[in-house]
Design a protein around this ligand. Structure first.
Ligand code: 13P
Length: 250
């Protein structure tokens, strides 16, 4: 049985003091949660959040990283830097990075490898645009993104990644994929992993859904056969709202 993994992606929100205030409240609200809980915060918040969550059930993630370890890459942060402050997860290939910051399948693959080499768990995002959905090529797009993101990984490494299926048309729009459609897309992604790494490994990989997840649709999404949790944007910005998603089973 796969566990549920529920991650908040704060995106470009929350200054350090706001982050600290949020976290002190959130720790109390979710201390009995059954799911694994991750908060992916801006770089400037990470060290403080790692410190505050040390003896709790909350893990901390970054939202991006560079694939090189060190060097002349102004403005970038490496996986070994994240690891050095106790960060455990990192989102890679979010559609906003693909759309606005020239992230490609190739850079996603390099970052996934660099994250794993630094013992960080990547949360790899895949998802189709509205245009691709309307053309009927969703499955082709998301299975291809998955294949390219995982290229060259060992079986052992694949077990340490999380995939987040985030249809781009559902992000921040209030439009959620139906639980049936989201589940079917996730089944296709799992089948793609199975083709490369075998059924056994594929059945163990955590695959989340993301895109307008909120308290009112969390339970329906999470009780499908293959959706193993969520990557939550807007609804993760308020502790009392995110708590309802994390505690969807209470
Ligand atoms: P929303 O939950 O705000 O739609 O964002 C989803 C997302 O992009 C999470 O990474």
């Amino acid at each position: 049985m796969r566990k549920k993994v529920i991650a908040g992606n704060w995106k470009m929100n929350m200054k350090p003091l706001q982050a600290e205030e949020y976290m002190r409240e959130f720790i109390e609200l979710i201390k009995n949660a059954q799911s694994e809980v991750i908060i992916c915060a801006p770089y400037i918040d990470l060290e403080r959040l790692v410190e505050i969550t040390k003896k709790t059930n909350i893990k901390i993630g970054a939202q991006n990283m560079h694939w090189e370890e060190t060097g002349a890459y102004t403005g970038e942060v490496s996986g070994s830097m994240l690891k050095s402050i106790g960060v455990e997860y990192v989102i890679i290939g979010h559609s906003e990075r693909r759309q606005y910051f020239a992230e490609t399948d190739e850079t996603v693959n390099k970052k996934v490898k660099a994250a794993l080499n630094n013992e960080l768990k990547p949360i790899v995002c895949v998802g189709e645009t509205l245009e691709q959905k309307e053309k009927g090529i969703t499955n082709q797009v998301i299975t291809n993104q998955t294949k390219l993101a995982l290229e060259g990984l060992t079986q052992e490494q694949v077990e340490n990644i999380i995939i987040a299926y985030e249809p781009i048309w559902a992000i921040g729009t209030g439009k959620t994929a139906t639980s049936e459609d989201a589940n079917n897309c996730i089944i296709s992604i799992r089948e793609e992993i199975s083709k490369i790494y075998g059924q056994n490994i594929a059945s163990r990989v955590i695959i989340q859904y993301g895109g307008s997840v909120k308290a009112s649709n969390a339970q329906e999404l999470f009780t499908t056969s293959d959706i193993d949790g969520a990557l939550v944007g807007g609804a993760s910005l308020k502790p009392e709202e995110f708590e309802k998603i994390v505690n969807y089973d209470k």
